[in-house]
Design a protein around this ligand. Structure first.
Ligand code: PDD
Length: 287
């Protein structure tokens, strides 16, 4: 695989970053993960805007203007002959002496890493995931704001560790005041009485691009949607539950903390929205 590092594409073995890069020393940087469908990067502009906002949140300068970043992302597909792929774009503070002052680093490091990806197995969508509400709380907005998609993912990694200990595939974090917030790599939706519910952005979550697509699809299909405050009991009593992110799209959850969600199978609204999501991808990626 050829990886873009700062100015050029290099073979994977040569894609190395200094140990004095503050991304390595402090997790000081931002990233985005995009999905390519048949050579088309879905919602690329939204991902680039979020990258810019994350960078602004940490006062990191995005090294190139959008049109150039767009070109580089598409080039990382073409130079690797990829059509269906995931691409991770990272911008770290850059190389500098040890110390927290951002002024120690003069130039941000830019890395674009693609990998081939054909989606999750169909069996996974049929079975649905097992979710665990973990004791690790989501960092509040007043701390490391979850809207910043930073390279410091320790909050999420701690949630993932606990989820694994609980034999679950995803860990769901609560906000400090005990409301459902989000998964370690995903946003949450519940269905109750044919209405959709999702944790409100102000609770402190990453406002996922897939979440936004689901909100749009709910509006178009007249499914009432509430961005609100939810408790773990709402999850356990839900008719349906699903998670969203760029790689898994809309993933049903059929079990949470040992309790069956709804009938323990992916529900009709989840399946409908997933179909609608895939239609949306096809529509936006038509050539
Ligand atoms: N990010 N919430 C969190 C905490 C996430 O890490 C992610 C995805 C999402 C979903 O965002 P989107 O729909 O834009 O993909 C929500 C994983 C780590 C990633 O990008 O690889």
């Amino acid at each position: 695989m050829r990886i873009f590092l700062n100015h050029r594409f290099v073979p994977e073995q040569k894609a190395v970053v200094s140990v004095l890069d503050h991304g390595f020393l402090y997790g000081d940087g931002v990233f985005e993960t995009l999905r390519a469908y048949d050579g088309c990067l879905f919602r690329i502009d939204e991902h680039l805007s979020r990258l810019k906002e994350s960078a602004q949140g940490l006062e990191i300068t995005v090294p190139h203007p959008f049109p150039r970043l767009r070109r580089l992302l598409y080039q990382s597909l073409s130079v690797n002959h990829l059509h269906n792929a995931m691409i991770r774009i990272c911008i770290s503070r850059g190389v500098g002496p040890i110390g927290l002052d951002p002024a120690l680093c003069r130039k941000p490091t830019l890395v674009i890493v693609p990998k081939t990806f054909n989606g999750y197995p169909v069996s996974q969508y049929r079975r649905g995931l097992n979710l665990s509400v973990v004791s690790v709380r989501r960092t509040p907005r007043q701390s490391v704001d979850p809207r910043i998609k930073s390279m410091n993912f320790l909050n999420n990694i701690l949630a993932k560790i606990q989820a694994k200990q609980n034999h679950a595939e995803e860990g769901l974090m609560l906000s400090l005041d005990g409301h459902l917030a989000e998964g370690s790599i995903s946003n949450l939706f519940l269905v109750k009485d044919r209405r959709l519910y999702t944790p409100a952005a102000e609770l402190g979550i990453l406002e996922g691009i897939t979440r936004q697509v689901v909100i749009e699809l709910a509006g178009k299909n007249r499914i009432p949607l509430h961005e609100t405050r939810l408790r773990p009991s709402d999850l356990y009593k839900a008719d349906e539950c699903f998670l969203t992110n760029t790689s898994m799209e809309i993933m049903p959850v059929t079990q949470a903390d040992g309790k069956r969600i709804g009938h323990g199978k992916p529900g009709p609204i989840t399946r409908f929205l997933h179909e609608a999501y895939r239609d949306r991808v096809r529509w936006e990626c038509r050539t």
